[in-house]
Design a binder for this molecule. Sequence first.
Ligand SMILES: [Zn+2]
Length: 361
Amino acid sequence: MTYGKLIRISLLTTLIILALFIFFISGNHGWIESNYSTVFYPKLASALRILFGWFPFSFGDLIYTSVGIAVAWQIGKFIVRFFHKTDSWKKKLNPLLTAGIILLCVYVYFYLFWGLNYYRQGIEFQLGLEKDKFEKQQLIDLTDYLLQKANSTKTICLQKNDTVMSRERMFQSSLQGYQTLQQQFDFISYKNPSMKPSMFGTIGNYVGFLGYYNPFTGEGQVNTKIPLFMQPYVTCHEMAHQVGYASESEANFVGFLAASHSNDTLLQYSTYLDMFIYSWNNLAAVDTTVAGTFRDKINDGVKRDLKTYFHFLRSHRTFVSRWMNVLYDYYLRQNRQIKGIESYGEVTAWAIAYRKKFGRL
Ligand SMILES: [Zn+2]
């Protein structure tokens, strides 16, 4: 056996053992919560942020690009050899095996370095919330509260002529929000920030992502090509992923808690507006007439931003984004988010449960 072959077999065996470990441990939510999500993962993520945070660009995006090129290269090699009659089947299939090993590597790394957080008990357990059922009136009250907050924060921003947020301020204010939140809930701890603009912002608009977390480097990426007023809340959402809340509804909720604890009105506005949209959409699904009454309560400044937001969504809707939505929906369903893409909107259930328990939001 050649040396190279021995390495490949050992690597493949190790990866399969680790993949099996991930498969079996993912069912033990209690173990993951108390050993992985709150002990091992925070230390690992913090170390990664220290290691890669100082790069002025997204190192993780380079890794994604390299992996993409490497896999495409191997598939290309397979196609060329496939039509090469003199090549043996062993030679033809070899690039596919290499591509498979690369993808298995990514899979194992992804879950061990972050993805297991999908299987934790999470914020519901930590805050002692019960989010299962709520009344329509609670949803109406929440929508009303969020709209009032969006209206009032927008008015303050307009009065102060404070409508544009620099990237530094956005990252700094989000961090401050998390620090203030930590004083109340010490298990939500975020140190050594590593937030960066995504290299794929323009592509992102057509594919349909606002931001993402990179488990390979611990970097949080914000799509800075989306409308400005959306970016601060996206930053807080991605920071929640960095803290270890993998599920989208939890990241939305923790991001919301952090943003609403910030002193920065522009950041607060961004999060109240986004939360209002979720809540309003949920209400419209239950009662379109009541949801319609909110239209008249939206102030002009907020209306302008909503118009920009919906125009942005419409103008970037392509067959790629629709296709990616289907794929992402499938991915979320495979990772304990049974509502798929709609699980982002589940954040309203968290907000209602939180209000019920703590009497405020
Ligand atoms: Zn997310």
